[in-house]
Design a protein around this ligand. Sequence first.
Ligand SMILES: [Zn+2]
Length: 323
Amino acid sequence: MRNLVLSVTLACGLVGNAFGYGNAGHQAIGTIAEHYLANTRAGREVKNLLKPGEGLDRAATWADRAKLPEKYLTDEMKGFVTSNPEHHSYHFCDVPFQEKAYHEGITGSNSHDIVHTLRICIQVLQSPETSPENPLKINKRVALMLIAHYIGDLHQPLHVGCSYVDEENHFVDPEKGAKGQADAGANYFRFTKTTTLHGYWDTQTVKLARDHAAKEDFPTYLVAHFPPMPGWDAKGPLGTWPEQWANDTLGLAKQCFEGIKLSNRTLVPKDDKNEEHFEWKVALTPGYAEKSRDIVELELAKSGYRLAALLKAIWPEVAVPKD
Ligand SMILES: [Zn+2]
């Protein structure tokens, strides 16, 4: 069973619909970050790295577009994919949702998960372009675009927390010694043949939030209704910020699984995307839609703010000496 858990965890990155907050969500995060970067040195550095007319909203979807079939990739994406064949796994980790904190070696973490990858991208932006410490073999422009995307993913609860399910359809915590199969970020929890709980959090929640904003411009609505709060600021060295954000999100992942009942456990044979694994049928509880929408509105606003905060910490304002 342990082997199955491991193989299924590793197979998560191959699941096709793990696209973070979808284009609309990631674009909103980029636009919100630009709002907080207005008239700052960091804002100017970002502009220098992006192409003319390319904003952080567009940059924030680059990492997902790099997952498309080769014929759709730019030369820049092809270079990234060739140097990073495991790049699908950079978008998530699968920490048991019952846990309080991400830490090195915890179930569902690995050296190419979202926390590790973000840390490396931050290092690339902080180091000289020619630094030998660059395991992803990326330049600063690509590092910036990856950060703009992965920060969004890190605020999607099911890209951080994962459930593990035993043979009686109960959620268990492998960190406590229990045996269970990973849900692949809830990609193995299905409403219908083509819709999953993961997909619901990626796109349906963002759609609900956009509908909630009604006629207001979506990023403007999020900035206005969710002003920065003291708990949004990370502390200490920048390399520790991804882990702090992961811990924050892990607390929300618990809520994704609250009231979720699993049924119809079905063994799915190995195919070209996944190892043999179980899948379950799920249904949402009353009030789940409103609860998930509220969480996602807050998370989108928070991740836009945090993206800007990180870039401002990488490129602080240069003090002008007084004469
Ligand atoms: Zn992603």
